[in-house]
Design a binder for this molecule. Structure first.
Ligand SMILES: [Zn+2]
Length: 350
């Protein structure tokens, strides 16, 4: 018996390719249509054969709904219309070209809930009252307004019903995802279709998998909602301090959904910029725009003005030390940020 010491060196064949992938620890799936190896990342719900175009939706084991995408052509149309109508960019439409259009489906849980809260907190109240003072030895009395500052305890309870969107992935850094999340709870669930019946052939997309499982959703939602209620209570009752807060969150029947997102990357004067659009309605989510000379002048002008005023404050600081020094500090900070923006070359727009 001769032990095989060297691995078979089939260089280009499909079998060798599969073997190599298995050795590298990648889950490999053999295309049921043409037999070619398809690399399967646990991240993706839809797999696509690079050789024959075979597409398969991989059921995650629970029901998933998909919001149909308005499609790549429509997004392209929206992009060009936006550029032609943009006050700054329309002069440069001729110099723009689309570099890539990335199509993504982002997984969310849409979670309706009821919540009850109770809290005890503290706030400072300022009361103005009129006091009558009698001038000694004078001609009578006069009223003097007096302010009294008092720290008071506040307690209250209440209930609310709402919907929360929980991003079903822990690390998503794609442009526009944060903005998309705020849009998800406003979407009409009746326009979503079962993901397993959706025609994935229409789009050449990346369909992100759910790395947060349905069983984790109630607890996660409770944490997110409790945190939101806490911030809301603090703002609403103008509290400086919350001593106790109790939130009871009752999660109702939730849905796993996929929401389409498009990232259009375009070229302008040898640099790349991106705009993210919602694939549901084509709404712009966020844009990274070029810093055009007009804006640069604006930022630089602002910075110069800040430095000038800050400089003028310094001699004053001899008399009103704390305030003018503080002013100088703030203005220097503003100038620094304006200059950074001007040099950054990219402008955020939401
Ligand atoms: Zn194939």
């Amino acid at each position: 018996m001769a032990a095989a010491t060297t691995p078979p060196s089939g260089s280009g064949g499909v079998e060798a390719q599969i073997k190599r992938m298995v050795e590298e620890g990648v889950e490999v799936f053999k295309c049921p249509n043409c037999g070619a190896p398809i690399e399967v990342t646990p991240d993706s719900l839809v797999i696509r054969c690079r050789y024959c175009g075979y597409i398969e939706y991989r059921d995650p084991g629970f029901e998933v709904l998909t919001f149909p995408s308005i499609g790549r052509e429509k997004i392209e149309e929206i992009f060009w219309r936006r550029m032609r109508e943009d006050a700054d960019m329309r002069k440069f439409v001729g110099e723009l070209s689309i570099d890539s259009i990335l199509e993504l489906y982002v997984p969310y849980y849409v979670v309706p809930y009821d919540a009850q809260y109770f809290f005890v907190g503290e706030r400072t109240e300022v009361r103005t009252s009129e006091m009558v003072s009698i001038t000694i030895g004078g001609s009578g009395s006069q009223t003097v307004p007096t302010t009294v500052t008092k720290r008071v305890k506040v307690k209250d309870s209440g209930s609310l019903s709402s919907v929360e969107a929980i991003l079903a992935r822990r690390h998503v850094e794609e442009l526009g995802v944060k903005e998309l999340t705020t849009q998800v709870t406003q979407l009409d669930l009746s326009s979503a279709v079962p993901a397993k019946e959706y025609d994935w052939r229409r789009e050449s997309t990346a369909v992100m998998g759910f790395d947060i499982e349905p069983r984790e959703v109630p607890l996660l939602t409770k944490d997110v909602v409790a945190e939101k209620i806490k911030r809301w209570v603090k703002r609403k009752y103008r509290l400086e301090k919350i001593d106790v807060i109790v939130c009871r969150v009752n999660v109702k029947d939730f849905k796993a959904v996929l929401v389409p997102l498009y990232i259009v990357t375009y070229r302008f004067r040898n640099a790349l910029y991106s705009i993210a659009f919602s694939g549901v309605d084509g709404r712009q989510l966020v844009a990274l725009e070029p810093m055009l000379p007009g804006y640069m002048m604006l930022y630089v002008g602002g910075a110069v003005a800040s430095i000038f005023v800050a400089g003028a404050l310094i001699p004053l600081s001899l008399t009103f030390s704390v305030f003018s020094l503080l002013g100088t500090g703030v203005l220097t900070y503003v100038a620094y940020h304006l200059i950074r923006k001007a040099l950054g070359g990219v402008r955020f727009e939401r």
